[in-house]
Design a protein around this ligand. Structure first.
Ligand code: ATP
Ligand code: ZN
Length: 283
């Protein structure tokens, strides 16, 4: 039995639930959102505040957790990063009041910077040899400059609209963060096996999302050129068509280059191109 912590409510909740459900794990909605037991997989889900997850994982209270990299770095707990999950994306940035000029990181010297992320900020300042006056606050960081509490802030930026609304502008991006699957570095073999099975499913889903299945027809003399455009998992499948001198070619193509590849295939003489989504993909 593996115990995994996810955020009880907030920005990571929906995507964490979807990740587990897409991995074929069935569990009910816990009425009080404390814990849920999966009915078809040796997994127990514990719902926590995101800030508590690194500590619980380090202490072995839970075996694994889904939590933002920003929180993992700030809490300075010893956890193993098992996978980067691709959701909960945000950045941690330093922002100044619109009127304050900024040329380089040196301009941060002696400024008062308000933040809830003092450890991540301290690492950045130390790495750049900056002496600043860090004010730890527990919330509403973006108000600090207009209240006269600080000259700058260091905080999470999603779209940047909150900064704008508070008369601030971003000057340094310190961290690009996303949700991580983290685990206790010292799992028993049995728990590690469950985690490996979970990871296998998560990765099969991600690979499927990142690829498309592609089928096309081509004259035989064009096949080798077309096959070079579609490396596929090993190499494309080629099947003869009933029409003499023609073949059908099956492969996979990466989602992010898919339109470019389609244009090249067409130019190389491919016809009747079909593109279909993939449900699961194991490399
Ligand atoms: P909790 O009650 O669990 O302490 P919280 O208020 O600290 O919740 P949320 O605002 O739900 O946290 O954010 C959770 C995580 O979502 C953040 O730590 C960060 O990793 C990620 N995230 C992604 N986009 C954003 C964003 N635009 N603003 C804030 N966090 C974001
Ligand atoms: Zn939190």
């Amino acid at each position: 039995m593996l115990r995994i912590a996810i955020q009880k409510s907030g920005r990571l909740f929906e995507d964490s639930i979807a990740l587990l459900r897409d991995a074929g794990i069935a569990f009910g909605n816990s009425p009080n959102r404390l814990r849920s037991q999966a009915s078809n997989f040796p997994l127990e889900i514990i719902y926590l505040r995101d800030d508590d997850i690194p500590e619980y994982v380090e202490g072995g209270v839970v075996d694994a957790g889904i939590v933002g990299e920003n929180v993992v770095l700030e809490k300075r707990k010893t956890v193993r990063v098992v996978d980067r999950l691709g959701f909960g994306k945000c950045r941690l940035s330093i922002a100044l009041s619109k009127g304050t000029p900024y040329r380089s990181v040196q301009d941060l010297n002696r400024l008062r910077i308000a933040t809830t992320y003092r450890h991540v900020l301290a690492d950045f300042l130390a790495a750049n040899g900056i002496q600043a006056d860090v004010h730890e606050v527990s919330g509403a960081v973006e108000l600090a400059p207009s209240l006269g509490l600080a000259d700058a802030i260091f905080d999470i930026v999603g779209t940047g609209s909150t900064l704008l609304a508070n008369g601030l502008y971003e000057v340094e991006t310190v961290l690009h963060s996303e949700a991580l699957l983290v685990a206790d570095p010292a799992l028993t073999r049995e728990k590690q096996e469950v985690l490996d099975r979970l990871l296998f499913r998560i990765q099969a889903n991600r690979n499927a999302k990142n690829h498309r299945y592609i089928l096309l027809n081509a004259p035989n003399e064009k096949l080798s050129e077309i096959a070079r455009l579609l490396p596929g998992m090993k190499s494309p499948t080629v099947l003869p068509l009933a029409t003499e001198g023609w073949s059908s070619l099956h492969s996979v193509v990466q989602e992010d280059v898919f339109w470019e590849v389609l244009e090249q295939l067409k130019a190389a003489g491919a016809q009747g191109i079909l593109v279909a989504p993939i449900e699961r993909m194991i490399l």
